[in-house]
Write a protein that binds this ligand. Structure first.
Ligand code: HEC
Length: 152
């Protein structure tokens, strides 16, 4: 069963740069009437797959050496998430040789931090199924913000 952000009790309203926010102002996914998700969520899937998949597994489901993020994001909020991704984390999930790299200097992650977050939040909520979400229409505002962040 798919649950979009509204059915999940958290209304998504349009925020800045073509993204959506919940009632607390934190980034959230939003489902369109045609079944696609918003542009940032789809981009988040792509950027997760490019940068996080190799350790955290397909669709956020984890591996023997990195945690299942669809489970961990049920207790980690947006601020915890961004702090961990920017600064890295060591030996909390597993006590020995367990290293989450710091991504704070990597624009390919930093320019897409909210997108990766909303994708994983949707996975943790059970709203986004496994696999690549159907490609939504390109959001020009979001794309311009990405390009500005990447320095294009
Ligand atoms: C080189 C492997 C590797 C890559 C690549 C990686 N991670 Fe991690 N990540 C880990 C490991 C290992 C941990 C557990 C660290 C610990 O034990 O404290 C972790 C922990 C985390 C946590 C905290 C989970 C918790 O419950 O404490 C988050 C959030 C996270 N990673 C997100 C990401 C995101 C987003 C990306 C992509 C931008 C990413 N990681 C890429 C290895 C990786």
């Amino acid at each position: 069963m798919s649950i979009d952000s509204k059915e999940n009790g958290t209304e998504a309203t349009p925020g800045e740069e073509g993204k959506f926010v919940d009632s607390a102002g934190n980034p959230i996914y939003s489902k369109n009437e045609d079944g696609t998700f918003d542009y940032a969520t789809w981009r988040g899937y792509k950027k997760y797959s490019a940068n996080c998949f190799q350790c955290h597994g397909p669709d956020g489901l984890g591996s023997s050496f990195a945690p299942n993020l669809t489970e961990q994001l049920q207790r980690i909020n947006y601020y915890d998430f961004t702090g961990i991704v920017v600064n890295g984390q060591q030996n909390k999930w597993h006590p020995v040789n367990s290293i989450m790299p710091a991504w704070g200097e990597d624009v390919n992650v930093m320019c897409f931090l909210d997108s990766i977050y909303v994708y994983l939040r949707g996975r943790a909520d059970g709203a986004i199924p496994r696999g690549e979400p159907k490609k939504p229409k390109i959001n020009k505002e979001a794309q311009a913000a990405e390009n500005a962040c990447l320095g294009f």
